[in-house]
Ligand binder design. Sequence first.
Ligand code: GLU
Length: 386
Amino acid sequence: MCGIIGFVGNEPAAPILLDGLERMEYRGYDSAGVAVRSETAGLQVRKTKGRLQVLSDLIHGGADLEGNLGIGHTRWATHGEPNDINAHPHVSENGRIALVHNGIIENYLELKEHLQKLGVTFQSETDSEVVAQLLEYHYNECHNMLEAVGRCLRRIEGSYAFGIICADYPNALIAARKDSPLIIGYGQNGNFIASDVTAVIKYTRDVVYMDDGEIAVLTADSVDVFDDELLPVEKTHSLVDWDVSAAEKGGYAHFMAKEIMEQPEAVRKTISPRIRDGRVVLDNLHLTAEYVRDLSRIYVIACGSSYHVTANPPKIEGICNACGSELVTRPDDVPETVRSRLAVYHKETEALKGFYEKLGKLRLIEGNQPIEDATRDILAALGVSK
Ligand code: GLU
């Protein structure tokens, strides 16, 4: 889970963006970046691999960047290695649109190839840059940012929370979400978007939770939310009454409770982009059928709950959907310290069975080990995520 923050208001955006990103650091990330815009300095993008502190040092705590409108991002790479170029924000080819994205664009390759054929040059390996370029393409068609975002969202598949700024809209911050969290914060000195209430609670407790398919246009003193047909939506405001430390735990008493409750979302986000048309697609691994055919054994190394729940792996047979060969696990054929752990199998658990059948076209033939406590929430998560 990465973090998104955006601000438009009456004070410098960069320090607010850094502060918001810092409050979301606990979500994990591998790189960070900001884009800030001002009339005089234009669009200023700074991004770097590594800790937020590196970014903060690079822009002197935000003092180097001029402007009251900006977006920030901590990335957890899914497409393209963690490096400076793949870090967000991504900027469209003509430099007009900057975008941060949390999630995965499943049909990014198809869209990228289409745009490349039209002559668009890409800088990064990310799925996210495709959206920045696609937005520019649609903006050039209609010259209306809201309409361009609507057209773009109709073409992309996957999960997303977006923060977008466009040079032609110097006072507006645009946001959209589907299957990735995004909230709007209503402040005294401006308005915010963020992945998490934690990032804005220092400035405001008046928030709106965006729903899937919604688009928001924020200025310093207004917020308009639209549905996927671009019709206005009336949103209900929520008053966050947790203290800051509770907010960091998402309102739960403990981080562990928060993590357990977030498992359905985490499992859904991890698995769904990798299953297409009923087949497992692990395109990041670049495994050829020949390579897979030559494998005699697969070790899945685990620790913590995953280690314990597979203490007695059952037998499994099935067909490898990469090379068509038969798969068999032999629990006894595994060294003590490195167990073959394709994960948890339990024949009574339809959710899990369905998942593994999809995952590897596996057929469970045995697997009646008792489920340990640690596994229950994983199974529940899979059930909810189905
Ligand atoms: N899929 C995007 C990338 O790899 C966004 C990842 C994220 O949610 O941080 O750049």
